[in-house]
Design a binder for this molecule. Structure first.
Ligand SMILES: [Zn+2]
Length: 497
């Protein structure tokens, strides 16, 4: 809905700002409306005069003294343009538009940052303005551009997110039984509720994080929370999704993110220190590399996702086998044939191979080489800066792609800058992966005498130690003459370097 306008320098434009609350309770303040309007004036060569109405406590249709003063200035020829962020700042209803048109009609241009220009001297321009006002009414119903602008601005400032309350933050008491009591800004202008640490919840969150960093699974922590009757931020029982999302949220480490990217340190306190949080992410990722543990029988297979068929290379699955003696079931790992992709030619008794691999893991944990390597790793690892470097390069590439999309440079030029950046990004990602793996391994053995206490560790803990040390275990086919007895030479362990 842009129409051609005559641009002339030195003319005065009335910049109209209306401070109000939107439906989500967010204040659309001067600092968000003014800069883009001034930028528009500068582009057009207009001299800005600012008019500001505070509509905060206004009921609909209340008088706006500055708006009226601005109209008077249009009428007496002081202003030749009216500028605002969006036409919904200027006009609150179609009825107001008609009054506005009758005053401004052939005296001034209307230019908005977000909804284009209106030339009210022509029937077409007036029609567009009328449609625009109707659309603006509709837009109030949606989460619009203003929200995006506000979110960007808040992210850039490292300010807290709005929206539902994050577990671990907020004051105690009844008002926080439900999460939806918090919005970014309160009418009284005080900081949002969600930036204060909720002492009890923070402790729960730290305990969960500590257990997971030490090798427990999210599943076991989830069960524990629900068993203890601890409720989530929405006052409900925890689900796996809610718990994992919370643990992955940079917010609990006092880090601000925008669209999934960490932008900077937040202005609120961390429940979990940044280093601990990054280590936690590494733990969550290590588990991602393995086979997710499901409820039921599969959880009894310690080496699921680790064992490989020595004939075809497929991952072995866990399957109970009924033996001849009174239908007793024993656990086995098996190369599944058919549609699941394996050759179906390998089967091994679970207990025997698990015992062997665990013994090897314990021996490795005890070895001088491993202890020395761990000390070296602890000295070199700075996952934090590696993480930020990856983020920086990735967002730079995105920016470039966007510029190319806007045809700011040619394809050849784009290629020329993109390729070296991609190489760098790949290297940074590799570094980050290595550091995170190291961090998770040293987190594992931070607990003293892990090997000595192996037998007391929970299944989850043992599995996560195995997953972070062992890349794969190859099981060779059974030799013909063993008579069903397990032959340890069938097992080849591939360690993570
Ligand atoms: Zn196979």
């Amino acid at each position: 809905m842009r129409t051609m306008i005559q641009e002339s320098s030195g003319e005065r434009a009335g910049v109209y700002l209306r401070i109000s609350m939107d439906r989500t309770g967010n204040m659309l303040g001067v600092d968000r409306q003014l800069p883009p309007c001034l930028a528009l004036c500068e582009r057009r060569g207009w001299q800005p005069i600012v008019y500001t109405d505070n509509d905060l406590s206004a009921t609909y249709g209340k008088r706006r003294p500055e708006y009226e003063r601005m109209l008077t200035d249009v009428q007496n020829g002081t202003l030749s343009a009216v500028v605002c962020l969006h036409n919904d700042r200027l006009l609150r209803s179609p009825r107001e538009l008609e009054g506005f048109i009758s005053v401004v009609e052939d005296r001034a241009i209307v230019a908005t940052v977000q909804s284009g220009d209106y030339d009210l001297t022509t029937p077409t321009g007036r029609a567009y303005a009328r449609i625009g006002t109707a659309m603006a009414r509709m837009e109030v119903e949606h989460k619009g551009e203003r929200q995006v602008l506000a979110n960007q601005q808040r992210a850039a400032a490292g300010k807290a997110h709005g929206g539902p309350r994050c577990y671990g933050y907020g004051r105690g008491g009844k008002e926080f039984a439900s999460s939806y009591t918090m919005s970014c800004w309160r009418a009284d202008g005080k900081p949002p509720h969600g930036t204060e640490i909720h002492v009890d919840e923070a402790q729960v969150l730290r305990d969960v994080a500590r257990h997971i960093a030490a090798g427990e699974t999210t599943r076991s922590q989830l069960a524990d929370l629900n068993r203890r009757g601890i409720l989530s931020a929405t006052g409900k029982r925890w689900s796996q999704t809610v718990l994992v999302r919370l643990l992955r949220n940079p917010r609990i480490a006092g880090l601000r993110s925008y669209k999934g990217q960490i932008t900077k340190a937040g202005t609120w306190p961390a429940v979990i220190g940044e280093d601990d949080w990054r280590r936690l992410q590494a733990r969550l990722r290590v588990r991602d590399h393995g086979v997710p543990l499901r409820e039921g029988t599969t959880s009894k297979y310690l080496l699921l996702g680790v064992l490989r068929c020595g004939r075809c290379g497929a991952k072995l699955g866990g399957r109970p086998r009924t033996t001849g003696k009174a239908g007793r079931k024993i656990r086995t790992y098996i190369c599944r044939g058919g549609p699941e992709g394996g050759c179906g030619g390998i089967r091994v008794v679970a207990e025997a191979v698990e015992e062997l691999v665990q013994a090897a893991v314990v021996a490795t944990l005890n070895s001088k080489e491993f202890q020395a390597a761990r000390r070296r790793r602890q000295q070199t690892g700075d996952t934090g800066s590696a993480f930020l470097e990856v983020q920086r390069l990735a967002s730079k590439l995105e920016e470039l792609a966007a510029s190319f999309g806007r045809e700011e440079f040619s394809f050849g030029e784009w290629q020329a800058v993109r390729t070296p950046l991609e190489v760098k990004l790949k290297a940074a990602r590799a570094t980050l992966d290595r550091l995170e793996r190291d961090a998770s391994q040293s987190a594992l053995v931070d607990v003293s005498d892990l090997a000595g206490r192996w037998g007391e560790l929970s299944f989850d803990r043992r599995r996560s130690v195995v997953l972070s040390l062992v890349a794969a275990v190859k099981i060779a086919p059974a030799p013909a003459r063993t008579g069903g007895k397990f032959d340890p030479s069938r097992v080849t362990i591939g360690w993570r370097v």
